[in-house]
Design a protein around this ligand. Structure first.
Ligand code: 13P
Ligand code: SF4
Length: 345
């Protein structure tokens, strides 16, 4: 999408100078005059329209650090969508995230800058597939990963994210008095959760096209090329990748690990923008970057966000009957306390 006709005036340079100071380690100086006018315009329109921008951790640094009001993993963004009192939400992320925001805030206008920002996991399963799974396994609750359409969520008992999947599986199994659950659609996330809990998990064959491409051999090569390397991997990676890593967690959990432990040298086995965004807040950490790009996340640009705000499009709509049932599944997830807290209570 072409950049709107905006100029890098002395006023724009002065206004955006503090933002550039923040991101200068990850955005070359020569690129700033291209980004700054759009950043300035987005922040102005956002204030005028009382809008908020929710940005996923995979957004590029000029979005993540310069125009976002809230950043985070899927769980944090769902929580923010549920509590914001802004009239307009712009989802700087992919469609399932915008739909989640809409089902949690049906009275708000939820916009996505690019309608083709999808997800290989969300497109791997339909509501019809879920109904067939329920018929094949009567009585078992369905846990659907938040990376699914609203229609799939509506067929589910509860949602989960990569940050709370094991907690949700144990919660719903205990609540329903069952030893097995259906967990869809990410086969690898389900297998990685199964390794942490005695609950039997029936899954689907969906995969994240970004994380499925990593292998344990990649990690071995990285370790032999970079001494003292700490490897953090996302749980959408295949189980052998998780076994070869030092830590596995959601994008927020990886971020917390880096900012709290500040390892000298780290490799994040996930989407490329994670390292750029964290490098801003953890300048002492050396990031080795064996990353893969998510083509869906990368459809979101500053120009797209500005156009979304100015024209108030592309608006997300969800059928009200679907929305009510999907919302129940998302809200059930938001009430689940971590296992450690439940055991202590
Ligand atoms: P989290 O940010 O919830 O870990 O999810 C990663 C992801 O793939 C979102 O698309
Ligand atoms: Fe979907 Fe994977 Fe892209 Fe996330 S990174 S949006 S799970 S394809």
């Amino acid at each position: 999408m072409p950049m709107p006709q905006l100029s890098y005036t002395p006023e724009v340079a002065a206004e955006t100078a503090p933002l550039y100071e923040r991101v200068k380690r990850v955005i070359p100086e020569i690129e700033w005059p291209v980004f700054a006018p759009c950043i300035s315009a987005i922040n102005r329109v956002k204030r005028e329209k009382r809008a908020v921008i929710l940005a996923h951790n995979y957004m590029t640094p000029e979005i993540y650090h310069c125009v976002a009001d809230f950043v985070g993993d899927s769980l944090q963004l769902a929580r923010e969508a549920a509590k914001t009192d802004a009239g307009i939400i712009v989802q700087a992320g992919v469609r399932f995230m915008a739909e989640t925001a809409k089902v949690l805030s049906p009275e708000k206008k939820v916009l996505i800058p690019d309608e083709l920002a999808g997800c290989s996991l969300a497109s791997s399963i339909t509501a019809r597939d879920v109904r067939a799974l329920k018929r094949a396994h009567p009585g078992l609750p369905v846990v659907s990963y938040v990376n699914t359409s609203a229609e799939v969520k509506a067929e589910s008992d509860i949602c989960c994210t990569s940050a709370n999947a094991a907690d949700v599986v144990e919660f719903i199994a205990a609540e329903r008095g069952v030893e097995s659950v259906i967990m869809i659609p990410d086969e690898y996330l389900a297998r990685n959760v199964a390794a942490q809990t005695p609950i039997n998990i029936i899954t689907w064959n969906g995969h994240c096209e970004v994380h499925e491409r990593f292998s344990a051999a990649d990690i071995r090569e990285l370790r032999s090329a970079h001494s003292g390397l700490v490897v953090l991997a996302h749980p959408e990676c295949p189980p052998e990748v998780i076994a070869a890593a030092d830590f596995a967690g959601s994008t927020a959990a990886m971020g917390n690990y880096i900012t709290s432990k500040k390892p000298a040298r780290v490799a994040l086995i996930t989407e490329c923008s994670m390292s750029d965004n964290l490098a801003v807040d953890a300048p002492s950490v050396e990031f080795i970057r064996p990353c893969n790009l998510c083509p869906h996340m990368k459809r979101i640009t500053l120009a797209g966000i500005l156009e979304a705000l100015q024209r108030e499009r592309i608006e997300i709509t969800v059928d009200p009957l679907v929305s009510v049932r999907a919302r129940a599944a998302v809200e059930a997830m938001l009430k689940v306390r971590p296992r450690a807290q439940r055991r202590a209570a």
